[in-house]
Design a protein around this ligand. Structure first.
Ligand code: AMP
Length: 215
């Protein structure tokens, strides 16, 4: 199962990906998580990406495509994967198509959420600084001591979840990433889901969409 989850920052891609990844035992591949790890570890990639991420801009296509080429060659990708936050530009989508050849992406799920909902969601999002688990101060608050129940890490607000950066990320999404909708529509791979629907409905819709891909 080779899927792309598309949608604005805060549309719920990461949260929804966890559901299918656990169900089908495939990895969730998030370029955002990979970059945050590199920043935390202070690698060369992390040093290059840090300021760009803090401003809400995009890391260069060449760097990201190189990162994904390495990641998709890992053995755990053999049974499939969900790409979360990649591709984010037409150049990345073309790079991915060139990389995968005939074993290309089967389905692209676009999570559509109104911008006002996204703004509230992201500015109230809290993320575990160690494992990346996500809570939300309004809809699903973290434990009162802000300690992650899974790994003992601390819940924080990501630097790029501040209101000014979120607005920039949304602008960048409209300009650079939204055109991917047309790109995958032309390939007959696009399915649009309402990302602010109740969770059980989103799960049902995802199940219906991916069931034909599993023998
Ligand atoms: P995310 O966690 O997916 O919202 O990503 C956080 C930040 O990492 C983004 O705002 C970008 O600065 C950077 N980033 C993540 N994925 C990509 C990508 N595919 N291309 C360029 N930059 C990315």
């Amino acid at each position: 199962m080779r899927l792309i989850f598309l949608g604005a920052p805060g549309a719920g891609k990461g949260t929804q990906a966890v559901y299918l990844c656990e169900k089908y035992a495939i990895p969730q591949i998030s370029t955002g998580d990979m970059l945050r790890k590199a920043v935390k570890e202070g690698t060369e990639l992390g040093r290059q990406a840090k300021a760009i991420m803090e401003s809400g801009g995009l890391v260069s296509d060449d760097i990201i495509i190189g990162l994904m080429r390495e990641r998709l060659a890992q053995p755990d990708c053999g049974r499939g994967y969900i790409l979360d936050g990649f591709p984010r530009t037409l150049a990345q989508a073309a790079g991915l198509d060139a990389m995968l050849g005939k074993d290309g992406i089967q389905r692209v799920l676009l999570f559509d959420v109104p911008e006002t909902v996204i703004l509230t969601r992201l500015t109230s999002r809290r993320t575990c600084s160690q494992c990346g688990k996500i809570f939300n101060m309004i809809s699903n608050p973290p434990p009162a001591d802000l300690v992650c129940p899974d790994c003992g890490g601390r819940f924080i607000q990501r630097d790029d979840d501040s209101e000014a950066t979120v607005l920039n990320r949304l602008r960048v999404y409209e300009e650079k990433t939204a055109p991917l909708k047309g790109y995958y529509e032309k390939q007959n791979k696009l399915a649009i889901l309402r990302g602010d629907a109740p969770l059980d409905r989103i799960h049902r819709e995802m199940d219906d969409l991916v069931a034909p891909l599993v023998q």
